[in-house]
Design a protein around this ligand. Structure first.
Ligand code: AP5
Length: 239
């Protein structure tokens, strides 16, 4: 990214369960030095710690349904106000409904101002497309390490069976990666999240990439798309 376009980045990764949002967010967050904010990870952490939020979310997540918007808003606001998100962030799994997208627009309008360039920060939304059968294979084969590294027994296996390459921890199957729950999660995406494609397209905020290729190829496409949109906005004076 050129110096001129090195501005605060509010990135949103949009795509169905298994599209690779988390995998890509980890890589791209590192590249831009901004945090990866996954609402799924924050909710799972709350469930594991048995917080009030976790107790409310647990059964809903186990069914593959969306947690109510009202529970998610405070959680996201709290996270985005942390000092490490000052220069921007990648949202993975949020927004997931039109109401959440409207909330995010209002939040950014109110709270994320790029004072150095005297502009408000608007989201760049990257839609990751992957076909249905590939999503099923990715989700049924996914294994995660408790520290967050993501593997796939078919597509990205660890070097040693069931063990994280990075920290040696035992890999686990996410409780919502069972086939009956996966189908409900994919249905919830179609019903509640897919309308965001039109929402962001109509606002000129959306770029789409083919998420069906190898991880590094997808990363390359996403970075190119982000930088093109960012540069176009700088040129037009909107960022
Ligand atoms: P969340 O944790 O957000 O899950 P999700 O959206 O269903 O997405 P996933 O994490 O399953 O997939 P991903 O796209 O990140 O794919 P990944 O990179 O892991 O949400 C879980 C639940 O929390 C929801 O169901 C809901 O209940 C609740 N929730 C969360 N946010 C909410 C919100 N905003 N509002 C309300 N409720 C909310 O990759 C998947 C697999 O594919 C891995 O095995 C990976 O190794 C492999 N893979 C990835 N990319 C590639 C590639 N290019 N080639 C080959 N394999 C690949």
């Amino acid at each position: 990214m050129t110096d001129e376009s090195k501005r605060k980045l509010a990135l949103v990764f949009l795509g169905p369960p298994g599209a690779g949002k988390g995998t890509q967010a980890k890589l791209i967050a590192e590249r831009y030095g901004i945090p990866h904010v996954s609402t799924g990870d924050i909710l799972r952490d709350n469930v594991a710690r048995g917080t009030g939020l976790g107790l409310k979310a647990k059964a809903i997540m186990a069914r593959g349904e969306l947690v109510p918007d009202t529970l998610v808003f405070d959680m996201v606001a709290l996270r985005l106000r942390q000092p490490d998100a000052e220069q921007g962030f990648i949202l993975d799994g949020f927004p997931r409904t039109v109401a959440q997208a409207e909330w995010l627009d209002a939040f950014l309008e109110r709270e994320l101002i790029d004072n150095a360039h005297n502009v408000k920060v608007r989201p760049i939304v990257v839609q990751i497309n992957v076909d249905y059968n590939q999503l099923l294979r990715r989700l049924t084969g996914r294994r995660t390490c408790p520290a967050g590294h993501i593997y796939n027994i078919y597509l990205q296996p660890p070097r040693v069976d069931e063990t994280c390459d990075v920290d040696g921890l035992k890999l686990v199957l996410r409780s919502d990666d069972r086939e009956e729950v996966i189908r409900e999660r994919l249905a919830a995406y179609e019903r509640q999240t897919k309308p965001l494609v039109d929402y962001y397209w109509n606002k000129g905020r959306l770029v789409a990439v083919n998420g069906g290729s190898a991880v590094r190829q997808v990363t390359g496409q996403m970075i190119q798309a982000i930088e093109q949109m960012s540069a176009a906005e700088v040129k037009s004076g909107r960022r």
